[in-house]
Design a binder for this molecule. Sequence first.
Ligand code: GCB
Length: 592
Amino acid sequence: MKRCLVVLFLAGWAYASAAPSTLIANVSARTTVSLNGSWRVIVDPFENGRSGFFRDAKAKDKSDLVEYSFDASPVINVPGDWNTQREQLMFYEGPVWYRRTFSYHKREGIRTFVYFGAVNYKAIVYLNGEKLGEHEGGFTPFNFECGSQLREGENSLVVEVNNARRPDAVPAARFDWWNYGGITRDVMLIEVLPPTFIQDYSIQLQRGTDNVVSGWVQLNGARAAQTVVLDIPELHWHGTLDTNANGWGKFRLTENVDRWSPDHPKLYDVVFSGAGDTVRDQIGFRTIEVQGSKILLNGKPIFLRGISMHEEAPFREGRAFSPEDAETLLSWAKELDCNFVRLAHYPHNENEIRLADRMGLMVWSEIPVYWDIDWTNPATLANTENQLRDMIARDHNRAAVILWSMSNETPVKPERLTFIKQLAQDTRKIDSTRLITSALNHVDGSGAEPRTLSDPLGDVLDVVGLNEYLGWYWGRPEDADKLEWKSTFNKPLIVSEFGGGAVAGRHGDPGERWTEEYQDKLFQHQLAMVQRMPNLAGLTPWVLMDFRSPLRMLPGVQEYHNRKGVISNRGQRKLAFFRLQKFYAKIADETK
Ligand code: GCB
């Protein structure tokens, strides 16, 4: 059946302070040349290489003085952090120069971009000695057009990567995870055939409906005003829309769709074609809303049975990046009977999000506005807005993502409120199909008094997250039996963290710290307590797996690991794992 889309025009991108994203969406559906593999690296603590390493120079003859050589330098694998690839670099924070050569055959009319899934923290990218651009933020993708810098035949791509912590960066100088440096996710060349191509698109089920699918398309290139075709073969949808002079066009269609949910993670093949370009995707349609203290998925209340997790590799340590890492981590969440994961504390790699879409795991995705940052610095705000924008740009078509989190455990002060309010406002402008949250940890009350959640940031959010460590950083696990909680917000509450450390395999009295029994007991009392909390809509205990942290030094116990995992980094399930699993199985049963 051929149908016409209702086409509307808008003036262009509706972004707040941040410039529009230049990110090419859905890179796995494009024509790409992988630049993963062995890269030559020069560790450069004094930034000596700024004088010219980007030229990748070679000595012309035996008398020529060139005091560096990529060709003679060791290699590091990309994707991957440098810390776990070379022992000397485990604690290294600073500049490292990366170089990859590749041979390329240029073809008429093809536009070529170099794409990085993530580089922690700052990247300055040079192609054949010329700067293509720079990027800040360790967990979001970026791409630069290669243009005339790209040569026929041999090419040298050099990246100065710097993971030095800075007080004005996001995150700032102090955080509870390993500061893995390097080109930590895939690198590729993206080739687009037509000079004007489909850069990005959005297609989502509109809130408050079960049959209105709406979205937009963004073209990139000189011939911006075009006709774009949208096909959803399974629904027999075939329609067209026209883009405006900015390459942007909006559409809306009415069709009964089989909706995505954790029990039924249905994805449709969707094809956009226009201007000679074609992009295919798999898209789930669902709505996520709030009604009073309830979260509604597809119009029905849902309890989020979740777990928090870091992007840390199971078994081998280091940054997780591969589809296999994602498979292991998310399968563990499934084994716990989760329908939800909190991807803390920064945007995780796309493999995880795509797999969550297919597995039926709802996702909380977060930017690294963590603890205290430089709230009054305009450059810090601009950087944060870029990270937020690019997190959303990469994943805004994934049904799994239901919550954008603005921050974690930030201190209650006016400048922080102004800053995060701006982020929430930006997010609502960019994406009207998801909810906004933050993990808060400020509560009023002490001793045996009830604890009241009244952080003014709660007013800004759709869903309030609460991190509390009763039984670990304060009080004893059994104090949870008597403690009452209040909230000044009539909004859904997710207990976004609770937990305690245990060394896998260490057994003893439930009163003894670091034993599995202590952690299990803490979970026992916590799980009973959280059920008495007002507005409880879900939980994501801390944390799925033990992870590396420079703040956790206790010899014989932590050895630079946060041990609050319910699974060890060697895959051993601790007692608390089974307690949580049982709890979730019961809830799943009751809410069927
Ligand atoms: C928190 C933080 C998390 C830490 C955790 C802990 O409140 O949000 O990043 O790792 O506590 O283990 O103390």
